[in-house]
Ligand binder design. Structure first.
Ligand SMILES: [Zn+2]
Length: 361
């Protein structure tokens, strides 16, 4: 959905967001409440190279700038680069104008990851973009490459560590986190192996592990147990799509162990059988956020949209990345969240979550 400068501005004025963006950006950038993020050697890895955590700004921790969701696996994703740049760059610029400075692209290898194209988009838009290593074990292993069945967790981890050390497929572009996913029910042998590989990769690189776990508290517990066995802290692990959980108690349990809780499906609509439907997700997100805050876990919550800006299905399948700015932050303010708390959630928590650091038990 390309927007030119004038229509972006009109849209922002319409939403009353110019004031919010202007209000948020400078404070967020120059906050002095970084607590543990003070070591000069701490870094976040973007597709254009390392940046300091303080340079990250407002970060959307779970989006899909590029994705081949719903179609056959391919690595790297085959896109018309020119079309992607023409179509996605104005959208990223619009997100930047709203205040978003960093976007974490959660499209895994074989699922449509294209590190070189992400780098071009980052250069064209001025938005920091973070890509990933790892394989997505959800969707019944559709996007898990065949060699995973034959290889050990060690061998898989070696592939991911090599991407971090040498760059992805000759591009020199390094991943900034590990992305994986698990299917419903107890962990399958494949999913277990992927989590073991993620633990080994984390120990070698300090890359944080983000796992599509959704409403699968059993799998969450099993993953944390695998990490513990490997000597890795729950602080290295993000419960992706945690808002899908039916019982908030499961999130409080994981948070009490140190896990990151990603409420990343912020949207005002969703698609069901190809049709656009309204969604109650904003109220659910807010109530989960309030419960986590009340229990003392505000500093472990991450917010994002799980948006999709260049889907295979074209314009009708797009999912926006802007609802946090246009709708959810105003909802949080109306519910009594302070500027400092919003800064914590949108700037400091993502910076801490994606800082390259080995988190041991
Ligand atoms: Zn996603």
């Amino acid at each position: 959905m390309p927007l030119n400068q004038t229509s972006r501005r009109t849209f922002l004025q319409h939403c009353g967001m110019l004031a919010t963006a202007n209000l948020l950006t400078p404070t967020l950038l120059y906050s002095n409440s970084w607590n543990s993020l003070t070591q000069a050697n701490e870094k976040i890895m973007t597709v254009q190279g390392p940046i300091s955590p303080q340079a990250m700004g407002i970060c959307l921790v779970h989006e899909h700038i590029l994705s081949r969701f719903g179609v056959d696996p391919l690595e790297p994703g085959a896109y018309s680069g020119e079309e992607a740049i023409q179509e996605v760059t104005p959208y990223l610029q619009y997100i930047k104008e709203l205040g978003g400075q960093t976007i974490v692209d959660c499209t895994a290898a074989y699922f449509g990851r294209d590190a070189a194209l992400l780098k071009q988009l980052s250069q064209a838009s001025g938005v920091h973009i973070i890509t990933n290593t790892g394989y997505y074990g959800a969707a019944n292993d559709r996007y898990v490459p065949d060699f995973v069945q034959k290889e050990s967790a060690d061998q898989i981890a070696r592939r991911w560590i090599t991407e971090f050390e040498k760059g992805i497929a000759g591009t020199g572009i390094k991943p900034g986190f590990i992305k994986s996913g698990v299917d419903s029910g107890p962990l399958s042998s494949t999913d277990r192996k992927l989590i073991q590989a993620a633990a080994l990769t984390h120990a070698a690189t300090g890359l944080t592990i983000a796992v599509h776990t959704a409403n699968n508290a059993t799998a969450a517990k099993e993953q944390l147990a695998i990490l513990k066995t490997a000597g890795i802290s729950p602080q290295a692990w993000i419960w992706v799509h945690a808002h899908d959980v039916a019982d908030i108690k499961e999130l409080l349990t994981a948070a009490s162990q140190g896990a990151w809780i990603s409420l990343d499906g912020i949207k005002t609509f969703h698609y069901s059988n190809g049709k656009k439907q309204g969604s109650q997700t904003l109220e659910k997100h807010l109530s989960y956020l309030q419960a986590l805050t009340k229990a003392g876990f505000l500093e472990q919550v991450l917010l994002s949209h799980d948006g999709s800006s260049f889907p295979v299905g074209g314009a009708d399948s797009k999912r926006p990345f802007d609802t946090l700015f246009t709708t959810f932050i105003p909802m949080m303010k109306a519910a009594g969240f302070t500027e400092a708390q919003i800064r914590q959630l949108t700037v400091i928590n993502p910076a801490k979550a994606f800082t390259l650091i080995v988190r041991k038990v």
